[in-house]
Design a protein around this ligand. Sequence first.
Ligand SMILES: [Zn+2]
Length: 69
Amino acid sequence: MTSGLRTPSERICERCGRIEEWDDDAGRWQLAVNDEGEPHTVGSPYCIHEWDINGTFVPFDDKSDAAEA
Ligand SMILES: [Zn+2]
């Protein structure tokens, strides 16, 4: 794991502005919320999110590889 290492834990959709935060406990991205537990920016549920991540974390690396069976 990456304990003790500060990795990018937030991502923002360049299309709809949705903000998500990485939840270490859940092991997945969660909608970012403020201290009141309200979402910062929900964005669009129909958006094909284009995440702006300043790091090396790439969840999907098949953009140029059309793997159709
Ligand atoms: Zn989006």
